[in-house]
Design a binder for this molecule. Structure first.
Ligand code: MN
Length: 344
């Protein structure tokens, strides 16, 4: 650290932002989960963490709202050795299921019941790995940021947090509600993360959804019937802006729905697809970069406490690092705000 000069270009260290901190020194630990087993439309998010690490080397670690941001001790946990292998084999099996749905045949009628079960087991194993990694870091007093991968990855982390906090809420920024029960037969689908979290983790007292604009009837009814859910759809937020509400006023309303302890779950597709053209399920509309940044900034400097976060669904293009550049910059901003928030 003594020889680290934040004014010089970054030198790749294999970790996010090319920072020199050890895990012992770190306050924030980033855990990569390169996983895209259940991605229904377009795989590629398993490359997100690696692409963001590459892109993060060229980021200036300066933040106008957080002094000396380059000194924030952020460390990167190496990718769990089992995950890439498990992802590859389970993805192959999942593709059989997805193809069957695309042909209009229930995979269970296509004799794919065993395959489906094996995919669900692989996803359970991933959840267990993330749970163990997160629990270990929480025990050591670290704040964790999880980097996906598809949006199914934080369930194990949310469970570990549930054992550390009696009660917390989730701020969920996403184009999708992720409230489907076992989408395409996959128990741990990217489209089911919030359904699974609300169902299986009693400490989660509330879910605040922001930017959602692609959801189904079943999810619409769940949102209406579950009193834990506060819903700020993309439509309603844009209407507010068109009709004269400021973004600050809307952010205040969003924050009023949040309890004292807050987890941030950020699906990159909550942002406009201009900012994530290669993500698994892009949807027109959405928030711009500065709107998300400002919301997170207000949250960080409010009386609430940020207890952890995830950033998911960033998928790099074949030759185009744009998605990863946006993802890495957002990741650094969240780390800065989290650190400033936790220091208060
Ligand atoms: Mn999502």
């Amino acid at each position: 650290m003594k020889t680290f000069d934040p004014n010089l270009p970054g030198v790749a260290t294999g970790g996010y932002f090319a920072l020199p901190f050890t895990r012992e020194e770190a306050k924030i630990v980033l855990i990569s989960v390169p996983w895209d087993v259940t991605t229904s439309y377009r795989p590629g998010t398993h490359m997100g963490p690696y692409a963001m690490i590459d892109a993060s080397v060229q980021i200036d670690l300066f933040n106008s709202r957080v002094p000396q941001a380059w000194k924030i001790p952020i460390a990167t946990l190496p990718v769990h050795e089992e995950l890439p292998i498990l992802n590859r084999s389970a993805r192959k099996m999942a593709e059989q299921i997805i193809e069957s749905w695309e042909e209009g045949i229930d995979p269970r009628e296509n004799k794919l019941e065993d395959v489906l079960e094996q995919v669900n087991e692989a996803c359970s194993r991933m959840n267990r790995i993330v749970y163990l990694q997160s629990s270990e870091q929480l025990r050591q007093g670290k704040t964790i940021g999880l980097v996906g991968g598809e949006h199914s990855v934080p369930l194990g982390f949310l469970q570990a947090l549930g054992e550390h906090h009696d009660s917390y809420g989730i701020l969920h920024i996403d184009a999708h509600a992720d409230l489907r029960e076992a989408y395409e037969g996959f128990t741990f689908s990217h489209a089911s993360i919030m359904y699974n979290a609300l169902k299986s983790i009693p400490s989660i007292s509330s879910l605040t959804q922001v930017g959602v604009r692609d959801y189904c009837q079943e999810e619409h009814e769940r949102i209406g019937n579950d009193t834990r859910i506060s819903f700020f759809s993309d439509d309603s937020l844009q209407e507010g802006l068109f009709e004269g509400l400021t973004w600050r006023e809307q952010c205040q309303r969003i924050m009023e729905s949040l309890p004292e302890y807050v987890y941030i779950s950020l699906d990159i597709d909550g942002l406009s697809p201009d900012l994530c053209p290669n993500t698994g399920t892009p949807v027109p509309g959405g928030l711009n970069f500065q709107q998300v940044d400002y919301l997170l900034y207000l949250l960080a400097f409010s009386h609430r406490k940020i207890i952890g976060f995830d950033l998911c669904e960033v998928a790099p293009g074949e030759e185009d690092p744009w998605d990863a550049i946006v993802g890495a910059r957002l990741l650094h901003k969240i780390c800065c705000y989290c650190y400033a928030n936790n220091k208060k």
